[in-house]
Design a binder for this molecule. Structure first.
Ligand code: PRX
Length: 650
């Protein structure tokens, strides 16, 4: 595969922001020297380093071996037994933390709830007993299709408490996405709500579940939380109400003693080919990974209010809305709705009202805030903030500077954290009291992370040369496999450079060793910080009765990072029309979810192919972004196709 040219031409950003003395003084890691010392130890003596981290947590049985690595399968804390919910809840009940807020929650309509650690523990135990009552056992897979409400965290923690494996499906996905995930995971239960709120409207979650369960299904039970009060159908014998179930249980539910490698969750994410991959995370290593990154990267303190704005349906929501903050005994804030509802200052209002100290959000949101205008920010007192973070895509230096000045008041360090669904926890990131930041760079690897950049042949490249980002050794929170598909796991991540983890991202490292992530080098799009496989959108398009063929590419987009452009050829006799374009967009929306809807659909007579029949995406990308087609076209089967494609825009 050819490495994208833009890896080479990335802007050279010269500004450097050193951690302030005040921040560094109180931080977990206080200097670059201290970071380097600990990093060296984490690489030369990983057992010692990770063993020490793990010892800060609660184990029902001590592990025998820190890591066992049989390429490409890793086991961490081998022989140890523990429970993640015990670490997130029970562990804090013996200290004054028991009466502090674990979750502060605000619904989109403005309703509010606070759950202390003690209360959250109580609710999780009760709901874990509801799961047991409904014949959900250790190892069973459970789909969670809920909005970002406390019940999402309660459901996840309750699964973890009894050893059931949860698979959260993002509330913006549609019935087909639910159906596919149920089929792949063999789940036996769904936990959902009647509806959720989004920009003032009600999203019919339960209806989507009903649609996803039509026909043959492995689902035996649907537990429904009443959130929006909308009318729903309850299937006799299959569906039960959450609140009614609670009437039958008590709050006595000891945490199951689970093997360190017991599966914790499956989270589906897009890959470059075929159907979404079920990324499997397990218990011990994942806990240690999110615990340590939360502690060192977000430098979280007992008195902090931490707000990660991600939806619980994404890995960021798993690791840094729920598990990371709670494992550290922090207060996590959850917000259900849209950032611009009822007005574009909702985030700033929340920060002012709750006195949020740490804000973790996505570059795409930051770019939207810039567009909405500074006056929305200026209306609010954001002086409680002390640290800012970003995740999901490269942040452009201008957005970084705006975030730093307007939101951080020039005083808050920014941690630009690089990681993936597969990595479970942050892998490349500044440590806010130690590592000077450069706008647009995720800076240096976290402890234990042996990251580098290689060329096509797997040779390490020099400073400022673009290449593929790989990780050369296992880390605790890494994925263990693709659920049900070991071969795909091996092939996808570990075969191109044997024994090294292929991230799928292009990057370069500058003369200070700082990583600059450029973006995906495979056929995966990053739209508003969310991963979408071009092939998934293509198969949704060709499932439409009038479509013959489709090719989907990304186009640079000021706001969303990338937007989705679909080139579509129609079956013979079908006339292109504006209505059909709209129909195709809605078709993709219904199959995958609104985030995957193409921003632009272009009808073409033919698609550019090589003589061997492979679609030349590079050409389509150039055409989609309005650029002149450059580079090699000699393998193109039919040259006239280029002119036709250029004219395809109406
Ligand atoms: O391309 C990288 C980009 O997001 C991809 C991972 O997407 P996902 O699994 O959905 O997880 C997103 C949240 C962890 C990566 O392969 N990405 C993530 N963080 C950054 C980033 N690109 C640049 N800078 C980042 N900080």
């Amino acid at each position: 595969m050819k490495i994208d040219n833009n890896i080479e031409s990335h802007l050279i950003e010269k500004r450097v922001f050193k951690p302030s003395k005040d921040f560094a003084k109180r931080a977990q890691i206080k200097s670059l020297d201290q970071y380097r010392r600990m990093y060296r130890e984490s690489i030369s003596r990983p057992d010692k380093f990770w063993g020490r981290e793990a010892k800060e947590l609660t184990w029902q049985k001590q592990w025998k071996k820190v890591v066992e690595w049989k390429v490409p399968f890793a086991k961490w804390f081998v022989g140890g037994k523990l429970n993640l919910s015990e670490n997130c809840l029970d562990r804090h009940l013996a200290s004054p933390r028991r009466n502090k807020a674990a979750i502060l929650w605000e619904g989109e309509p403005g309703d509010r709830r606070t759950l202390t650690y003690q209360q959250l523990h109580h609710e999780v135990c009760r709901f874990a007993n509801v799961l047991k009552r409904n014949k959900i056992d250790k190892g069973d897979r459970v789909i969670i299709y809920l909005p970002t409400i406390p019940e999402a965290a309660i459901a996840m923690l309750a699964c973890a408490r009894i050893g059931a494996v949860h698979s959260v499906v993002f509330g913006g996905f549609s019935a087909d996405a639910i159906r596919d995930r149920i089929a792949d995971s063999g789940a036996i239960a769904v936990i959902t709500a009647d509806g959720s709120y989004r920009r003032g409207a009600i999203v019919p979650l339960k209806k989507n579940v009903d649609d996803g369960l039509h026909g043959k299904t492995s689902i035996k039970r649907v537990i429904v939380f009443r959130r929006a009060g909308n009318d729903i159908h309850m299937e006799e014998g299959r569906d039960v109400w959450w609140h009614r179930e609670l009437e039958y249980v008590d709050a006595n539910c000891p945490p199951a003693a689970l093997d360190s490698e017991h599966p914790l969750y499956i989270l589906y994410t897009s890959g470059s080919t075929g159907k979404p991959k079920g990324i499997l995370h397990t218990t011990g290593g994942y806990l240690v990974g999110i615990y340590s990154t939360m502690k060192y990267v977000f430098d979280v303190r007992d008195e902090d209010i931490f707000w990660c704005t991600a939806d619980v349906g994404w890995v960021t929501g798993h690791s840094y809305v729920v598990y990371g903050p709670l494992a550290n005994g922090a207060t996590t804030l959850m917000y259900e709705g849209a950032p611009n509802w009822p007005e574009p200052d909702r985030f700033w209002r929340i920060i002012e009202d709750y006195r949020v100290n740490i804000l973790y959000t996505a570059p795409t949101a930051i770019r939207a805030f810039i567009r909405w205008g500074d006056e929305w920010v200026a209306k609010h007192d954001l002086s409680s903030l002390r640290l800012l973070g970003t995740v999901g895509e490269p942040i452009n230096p201008e957005a970084w500077i705006w975030y730093h000045k307007k939101i951080g008041g020039g005083r808050c360090p920014i941690v630009d954290t690089w990681w993936q669904t597969e990595t479970g926890a942050i892998l490349i990131t500044p440590l806010p009291g130690a590592i000077p930041t450069k706008p647009g760079s995720a800076t240096l690897p976290f402890f234990g992370v042996d990251a580098t950049i290689v060329d096509e042949k797997g040779h390490e490249v020099g400073a400022n040369v673009g290449g593929k980002l790989i990780i050369r050794r296992p880390w605790p929170s890494m994925l263990r496999t693709i659920y049900g598909d070991k071969e795909r796991y091996k092939k996808q991540y570990w075969s191109e450079f044997k024994g090294n983890y292929l991230t799928g991202d292009g990057a370069r490292r500058d003369e200070d060793g700082y990583f600059w992530i450029v973006g995906r080098i495979d056929d995966v799009l990053n739209v508003a910080g969310h991963r979408l496989g071009t092939s998934e959108i293509e198969s949704a398009l060709v499932s439409h009765a009038r479509v013959a063929e489709a090719a989907v590419v990304g186009r640079p987009d000021d706001l969303k990072g990338q937007s989705v452009v679909a080139f579509v050829t129609l079956k013979s006799g079908v006339e292109p029309s504006f209505t059909l374009k709209r129909e195709l967009r809605d078709h993709v929306g219904a199959h995958i979810g609104a985030i995957a809807k193409p921003d632009e659909v272009r009808f073409a007579e033919v698609l550019p192919k090589t003589r061997s029949g492979k679609i030349m995406r590079r050409l389509l990308k150039e055409i989609a972004s309005g650029a002149r087609v450059t580079g090699d076209t000699t393998t193109l089967e039919d040259f006239s196709v280029l002119t036709k494609l250029r004219d395809s825009e109406e």
